[in-house]
Design a protein around this ligand. Structure first.
Ligand code: NAD
Length: 452
C-alpha cells in the first residue's frame, strides 16, 4: 500500500504517515458510501443529529492531541492549533442543532393547496479540504452534508492528513460503517473523487483548483459548493482610530503567517493619515515573534511548505523590482520561514496586489477620497472578505456597502454573528456554507402538494 508522510514545516521532520489511496481505488470507496447512504438517510434528521452530537466527548478528549498535530503538520502556533481543535469540539452540538432547524420540512399553503417542502440528501458527497484550518474546514463541510443524510467521503489536504484523520475517527466511531470515509492523497486522488459516482462536491481551496473541479463536475452536472481564495482589502478612512486600524492590519495580515483565506492582503490608507498609520504598523510588526509553532511565545510560524515560501518571496521580489519599498522583513530566512514583511509604494500593476499571496506580507497603498478607495478595493477578481475602518460608522458603512466582497467588517474582521453564512462573492466562491442559507445548499429541495 502506498503511504503519505506528513512533514513538520518548521523542522522538516516526519510527523507520521497514513495509508494513501490510489485514484483507481476511489470507485470502490464511493460504492461503499452509496450502499450505506439509504439507511443513513432513513434514520431521519433528529437521529442523524444525535449520532453526530455523541462524538462531542471524544472530540473534546482528543482536542489537545489533535491540536498538537495541527501545529506539527502545518506550523501554526500551538495555542492556535489547540484552539482550533477545541473550538471544533465545543461548537459541534450548536452547529448540528442549527443545521437541523435549517433542514426541517416547511409547509406552504393557500385556500386550495397544501405543499410540503422537503430537504432531502443528494446521495454521496465528496468533501475536499485545504490545510490552513485542517480541522475546522473538514468540520464545516462534513457536518451539514451528514446531517442532511448524505454519505461523505472526505479527502483532506495532503499536507495535513493526520489531524484530519484523527478528527474524522472521533466522528466515524458514532456513525454506521461507510457513512463517513476518509481517503488520503494529493490532487490526483481529489480529481478521481470528483469524477467518481458522487452527487455533491464540497470544496474549500484555491480558485485555480476550484475551476478544475467545476469543469470535472460539469460532466455529470454534479452539484458543487466552492469556497475559494481571496485578496481581501482593508480600507482605512481619514477619521479611523489609527491604533485600532494598525492593530487589525497587523493581526489580520500575519495571523497563521498570512495563510488565511480572509487575511488582509491589500491595505488602502487615506493619504492624509498614511505616515502615522504606517509607523504604527511597523511598530506592531516589530513585536511579532517568529519561530516553530511548538515554541512558547511564537506568534508567526512557517509557510506550510517550500513551494508556498517560494511563491511569497517571488511576489515580494517582483514588487521590489517594480519600485515597492520593503520597510520590514522581505529577506529570506532559513527553512520555510518568511519574516513578517511590510511593503509600501505598491500599485495594481504588481502581482502582489492582484494574485493571492497567502503569506505574511502587509502591502500598503495610499488613496485620495472614498471613491478612489472603493475603486481600488473592488479592482480584483476576488470578493471574499473586506474591512473598513473609520470613526464615523455611518460613513464607514456606506463605503462598506459599495465593496464587492461577500463579507465586510466595519472596524473589525469580516466574520458575522451566529447564523451568518461564510460567503465569497465574484471568483471567491460558488455556493457557500454556514448559517441556515448555507446549510440548505447541502440538500435537494423537493415539494409534494395536495389539494386541501
Ligand atoms: P488547493 O486548491 O491547492 O488544495 C485544496 C484541496 O484540493 C487539497 O485537498 C488538494 O489535494 C485538492 N486538489 C488539488 N487539485 C485537485 C483537483 N484537480 N481535483 C480535486 N481536488 C484537488 O488549496 P490549498 O493550498 O490546500 O489551500 C489554500 C487555498 O484555500 C487558498 O486559496 C485559500 O484562500 C483557500 N481557502 C479558502 C477558504 C474559504 O472559506 N473561502 C478557506 C480556507 C482556505
Amino acid at each position: 500500500m502506498p503511504t503519505l508522510t506528513s512533514f513538520d514545516p518548521a523542522t522538516g521532520e516526519a510527523v507520521g504517515s497514513v495509508e494513501a489511496a490510489a485514484p483507481a481505488d476511489i470507485g470502490h470507496v464511493v460504492a461503499r458510501a452509496r450502499a450505506a447512504q439509504p439507511a443513513w438517510a432513513a434514520l431521519g434528521l433528529e437521529a442523524r443529529a444525535a449520532c453526530l452530537k455523541a462524538a462531542v466527548a471524544d472530540l473534546r478528549a482528543a482536542a489537545p492531541r489533535i491540536g498538537e498535530l495541527v501545529t506539527r503538520e502545518m506550523g501554526k502556533p500551538l495555542p492556535e492549533g489547540k484552539g482550533e481543535a477545541l473550538h471544533a469540539a465545543e461548537s459541534l452540538a450548536a452547529e448540528v442543532d442549527e443545521i437541523v432547524e435549517a433542514l426541517r420540512p416547511q409547509v406552504l399553503e393557500d385556500a386550495k393547496t397544501v405543499t410540503t417542502l422537503h430537504r432531502d440528501p443528494f446521495g454521496t458527497c465528496a468533501a475536499i479540504t485545504p490545510w490552513n484550518f485542517p480541522v475546522l474546514m473538514p468540520q464545516q463541510s462534513v457536518l451539514p452534508a451528514l446531517v442532511a443524510g448524505n454519505a461523505v467521503i472526505l479527502k483532506p489536504s495532503e499536507e495535513t492528513p493526520l489531524c484530519a484523520q484523527a478528527w474524522a475517527d472521533c466522528l466515524a466511531a458514532h456513525l454506521p460503517p461507510d457513512v463517513l470515509q476518509v481517503v488520503h492523497g494529493a490532487g490526483d486522488v481529489g480529481r478521481a473523487l470528483v469524477r467518481a459516482d458522487v452527487d455533491l462536491v464540497v470544496f474549500t481551496g484555491s480558485r485555480e483548483t476550484g475551476i478544475m473541479i467545476m469543469k470535472d463536475a460539469a460532466e455529470g452536472l454534479k452539484r458543487v459548493i466552492l469556497e475559494l481564495g481571496g485578496k481581501d482589502p482593508l480600507v482605512v478612512l481619514d477619521d479611523a482610530d489609527l491604533d485600532a486600524a494598525a492593530a487589525f492590519a497587523v493581526r489580520n495580515s500575519f495571523r497563521n503567517a498570512g495563510q488565511v483565506c480572509v487575511s488582509t492582503e491589500r491595505i488602502y490608507v487615506d493619504r492624509r493619515i498614511a505616515a502615522p498609520f504606517v509607523e504604527r504598523v511597523l511598530e506592531r510588526t516589530k513585536s511579532l515573534v517568529q519561530g516553530p509553532g511548538t515554541q512558547p511565545g511564537v506568534s508567526v510560524g512557517p509557510m506550510v511548505n517550500a513551494r508556498q515560501k517560494r511563491k511569497v518571496l517571488e511576489q515580494v521580489e517582483s514588487a521590489r523590482r517594480a519600485g515597492a519599498r520593503v520597510l520590514a522583513g522581505g529577506a529570506d530566512a532559513p527553512g520555510n520561514f518568511v519574516p513578517p514583511t511590510v511593503l509600501v509604494g505598491v500599485d495594481h500593476s504588481m502581482p502582489i496586489m492582484r494574485e493571492e499571496t497567502f503569506g505574511p506580507v502587509a502591502c500598503i497603498m495610499e488613496f485620495e477620497g472614498d471613491d478612489e478607495a472603493v475603486r481600488l478595493a473592488n479592482d480584483s477578481p476576488y470578493g471574499l472578505g473586506a474591512a473598513v475602518f473609520g470613526r464615523d460608522v455611518a460613513r464607514a458603512e456606506r463605503v462598506a456597502r459599495r465593496l464587492g466582497a461577500g463579507m465586510v467588517g466595519i472596524n473589525r474582521g469580516c466574520g458575522g454573528a451566529p447564523g451568518s453564512p461564510w460567503v465569497g462573492a465574484h471568483q471567491s466562491g460558488y455556493g457557500f456554507h454556514s448559517g441556515p442559507e448555507g446549510h440548505r445548499q447541502f440538500a435537494q429541495v423537493r415539494i409534494a402538494s395536495r389539494a386541501k
